[in-house]
Design a protein around this ligand. Structure first.
Ligand code: ADP
Length: 644
């Protein structure tokens, strides 16, 4: 048959036009696309050979070969796979049968150039991507089982020609007549061995057929005595296999060494430390996929950098289709590195499509559970490592405590808090196990550090009752508890907010009565303090929460914690709210001041005492004094008086 010229189908023309004029920076992916087609063609040959005796093949000969010619400036990729008949070439290469193409093209036409880029990149554009780097493409292909070969050629300008050709055996060879090197536009010299081998390594390392290429090198020539002959070099051409072919994840976990896992982790994470935990598993059933997940030792440096690359590598049958698939794990597990290889994901899935893909949604659910399960296991069997992990990556996990409602019961047992019980971190479960019989709530106090909180006056009544108090030293901690709402029927109660009632009903009644009675006695004191501190506190009242401190400050029941309030009021997002001063009626100092007021209500010392008490309350929370100079002067005055 003679050579015929055909027009591309309208859609193909659009796609080609996009390719040719694409400013898409990742042009090197053309190689991934061609290799992936070649690998599919080899798969299909193997498959057909199973049932068709005449297609005898030698498994060991199946290969993909890349050949370059730097003088002619071409790159050819050969495969000895299934090949195509003349009709198949016309059908497969002239038209786009892929589902979703029309939608993609519509979307592409409407989108801004930046969005275009990412669409093109994520979609994968198959064979046509060759036109990003070549201005002419020639294909010679022979269908397995047929005698004749077909030649296809196009300049991507709307037409292609089809003619007869000769080819020794089944398979396809595609020659790209490369555009001129233009590094600004990411058109590298694709005829160079190292350029090609790096691209293959990056995208197609795990393709299961060898991707071979000849490497030319020069070797020195030696004379009979073993000395290098000056100025003489021997050119050696060696056949190299560019890909490792064996993805770790398709191997049986027991056959993979720890070093191999670590090496692979290093490759994909760029982290030089070993991972703290490696998970390797396969899922079978309605959905089939394999995965290797790594939990790092150290928090990645870009953990809190917005827009940083995150997400697992997504492969479809050993071909990398997305380097950072963010949708396979929730945001709070962004520190997890790894790969997922699914048999059900299409090579041409776009980032936008991934989000809606039900396979991805289902994998995400499973992978999340898997990671949380592994952490739970680490917590139970290897506490030391878990604590290391927590120090580095507890923070993002807390984000999960706030957001991931679905996995709350798996996340909550993993959260650790500092506590008044001892120096160790505790889980809520451990807290509840230690809780006193008459204790109704899980108590907590927020502050900057354990040291500071340990000496807080708010703790006094709790220490006396032997009630444990959680020390929330991370601003996010309180949000976590608020999101969890309650744990094993215990509510979370901030001990520096509202009025505190501890103990049995009787005890509470008794304490209440006691306070009522004392109100009379301390009336003058309370009135004076209220008046003097009018601008600083909302109210002054008696409390039984203190045993050794004279006073403390408490917030309203629904107030923000003081640290958060300080933070927010500094930038003006919320007005600073006044708090209530609580007074310990049994403290000798309080009794003495009350006595002084009784004897000499106009005493000039009273104002100073009130300010000192206010300062005491503020300092005991680790907060800053409003007027440190006045506080210091009062202290000095008092010391002088004492020494007189
Ligand atoms: P896709 O690979 O996504 O289907 P392409 O445009 O890359 O889209 O290829 C279109 C079709 O051409 C393929 O589906 C396949 O049938 C055929 N094809 C492409 N490359 C080869 C090849 N090397 N050997 C055999 N058939 C091929």
């Amino acid at each position: 048959m003679s050579t015929e010229t055909f027009s591309f189908q309208a859609e193909t023309r659009k796609l080609l036009d996009l390719m040719i004029h694409s400013l898409y920076s990742n042009k090197e992916i053309f190689l991934r696309e061609l290799i992936s087609n070649a690998s599919d063609a080899l798969d299909r040959l193997r498959f057909e050979a199973l049932t068709q005796e005449e297609l005898k093949i030698d498994e060991n000969e199946l290969e993909i070969r890349i050949e370059t010619d730097s003088d002619a400036h071409t790159l050819t990729i050969h495969d000895n796979g299934i090949g195509m008949s003349r009709e198949e070439v016309i059908k497969n290469i002239g038209t786009i049968a892929r589902s979703g193409t029309r939608e993609l093209l519509d979307q592409l036409q409407e989108s801004e150039s930046e969005a275009k880029e990412s669409l093109i990149g994520q979609f994968g554009v198959g064979f046509y991507s060759s036109f990003m780097v070549a201005d002419r493409v020639t294909m010679i292909t022979r269908r397995a089982g047929e005698e004749t070969a077909t030649r296809w050629e196009s300049e991507g300008d709307g037409e292609f020609s089809i003619g007869d050709a000769a080819r020794g055996s089944q398979g396809t060879s595609i020659t790209l007549h490369l555009k001129e090197v233009d590094r600004d536009n990411k058109i590298d010299d694709f005829t160079q061995f190292w350029t090609v081998s790096q691209i293959v390594k990056r995208y197609s390392d795990f393709v299961r057929y060898p991707i071979k290429m000849k490497q030319e090198s020069t070797k020195p020539v030696f004379d009979d005595e073993g000395n290098i002959k000056e100025g003489e070099n021997e050119i050696v051409i060696e056949d190299r296999t560019l890909n490792s072919m064996k993805p770790l994840w398709v191997r049986t976990p027991s056959d993979v060494t720890e070093d191999e896992y670590s090496e692979f982790y290093r490759q994909i994470s760029h982290d030089w430390e070993k991972p703290i935990k490696t998970l390797h598993f396969s899922v079978e059933g309605r959905l089939e996929y394999r995965s290797i997940l790594y939990i790092p030792q150290k928090a990645p440096q870009d953990l809190y950098v917005q827009g940083a690359d995150r997400g697992l590598r997504l492969y479809a049958r050993n071909v990398l289709i997305m380097e950072h698939c963010e949708d396979l794990l929730p945001m709070y597990l962004r520190f997890v590195k790894g790969v997922v290889d699914s048999a059900d994901i299409s090579l041409n899935v776009s980032r936008e499509m991934v989000q809606q893909d039900r396979h991805i949604t289902s994998m995400r659910k499973f992978l999340t559970k898997k990671v949380l399960g592994a952490l739970q296991e680490m917590f139970e069997d290897d506490k030391e490592n878990y604590l290391k992990f927590w120090n580095e990556l507890g923070r993002p996990l807390k984000e999960g405590g706030i957001n991931d409602f679905e996995n709350r019961d798996k996340l909550t047992p993993l959260l650790l808090f500092s506590t008044s019980h001892d120096e160790e971190l505790t889980t809520l479960k451990e807290y509840v196990e230690r809780k006193k019989e008459d204790q109704e709530a899980i108590y907590y106090l927020t502050g900057d550090s354990r040291e500071e909180l340990q000496h807080s006056p708010h703790l006094e009544a709790f220490n006396e009752k032997g009630y444990e108090v959680l020390f929330l030293t991370d601003p996010i901690d309180e949000l976590v508890l608020q999101s969890i709402q309650e744990f094993e029927d215990c509510k979370f109660v901030a001990i520096d907010k509202g009025e505190i009632e501890l103990g049995s009903e009787e005890e509470k009644e008794e304490k209440k009565k006691e306070i009522e009675e004392k109100k009379e006695t301390f009336n003058d004191f309370l009135t004076f303090m209220q008046k003097h501190l009018e601008d600083k506190v909302k109210d002054v009242r008696l409390t039984h929460r203190l045993t050794s401190s004279p006073v403390c400050l408490v917030g309203d029941e629904h107030a923000l914690n003081p640290q958060l309030e300080r933070l927010l009021s500094r930038d003006g997002s919320v007005p600073e709210r006044k708090r209530t001063m609580e007074v310990n009626p049994n403290h000798p100092l309080v009794l003495k001041i009350q006595k002084l007021i009784g004897e000499d209500p106009e005493s000039s010392r009273l104002g100073g005492y009130a300010d000192l008490l206010m300062g005491y309350a503020v300092l005991s929370e680790g907060e800053k004094l409003e007027n440190p100079a006045r506080f210091n002067n009062l202290v000095v005055e008092m010391m002088e008086r004492e020494l007189e």
